[in-house]
Design a protein around this ligand. Structure first.
Ligand code: GLP
Length: 235
């Protein structure tokens, strides 16, 4: 595991975009695992700029996102599909059909989870997975619990996650209580993992990276992966 500390969010974003850009240059048809939240916004800005300047070509890149809220369609401004379109996909030359998220309004969420896991496998697996981390140590929407879920699955969000994510909604009651997320097993199948985190995540990251490996701190499982880079903003 490589742990890089940066002086600012901008520097973290620049380094993260450099690693993702390097992956695209190395393998133009790579599969990127992508994340939402405040942490990756600066990284996506950089990737958009590098595409505009001609440095990066997204025309053959495929993407799979970690998670999606249940009950929010693509046109809902708080859906993760909307987030990804507006921050990245609509601003680079990636064919929209190459971009994948779980369908939050699928009639049968269990079937949707099976479809999404199979889709990731059918793309050949993820070359580079970008992750953020929740204040409770969640990755994707894998909340602290009794075990490490292996596959894409539906989850009930914890109160602390609903509260944390309510900053983006008008009212806390508007935050969906369920989501579909890649499982811990799905995430660990990625060839390489890149986790980015602001200074506010320092304590939970310390627990995750140096503490006991336990499903109570889902990100602690990353200690078991062979190729993880963590970029953390210094406090
Ligand atoms: C959400 C997402 C996670 C993300 C986390 C942290 O719950 N499902 O994938 O890592 O928020 O977000 P932020 O980067 O805004 O702190």
């Amino acid at each position: 595991m490589r742990i890089i500390e940066t002086a600012s969010y901008e520097e973290m974003s620049r380094l993260a975009a450099g690693i993702i850009g390097g992956q695209i240059l190395l393998k133009p048809d790579c599969v990127l695992g992508l994340a939402t939240g405040s942490s990756p916004i600066g990284t996506y800005e950089r990737l958009v700029a590098d595409c505009a300047s001609g440095l990066l070509d997204f025309s053959r890149v495929r993407t799979v996102n970690l998670d999606e809220y249940c009950g929010l369609g693509a046109e809902h401004p708080q859906s993760y599909r909307y987030f990804m379109d507006s921050h990245l996909f609509d601003r680079v030359n990636i064919p929209k059909e190459n971009t994948h998220l779980p369908d939050g309004i699928a009639e049968d969420p269990e079937a949707e989870c099976r479809r999404y896991e199979a889709l990731i496998d059918s793309l050949g697996g993820v070359d580079l997975q970008l992750l953020g981390v929740g204040h409770n140590g969640h990755i994707g929407f894998n909340e602290p619990q009794g075990d490490f879920p292996r596959y894409v699955h539906p989850v009930n969000l914890t109160e602390s996650t609903i509260k944390a994510n309510s900053r983006l909604f008008d009212r806390v009651e508007d935050v969906p209580t369920r989501a579909i997320t890649m499982g811990i097993g799905t995430i660990l199948k990625a060839e390489r993992i890149l986790l980015i985190a602001g200074a506010d995540k320092r304590d939970i990251l310390h627990r995750a990276l140096y503490g006991e490996i336990t499903p109570e701190v889902p990100a602690s499982v990353l200690q078991l992966h062979r190729d993880v880079t963590v970029i953390l903003v210094k406090g």
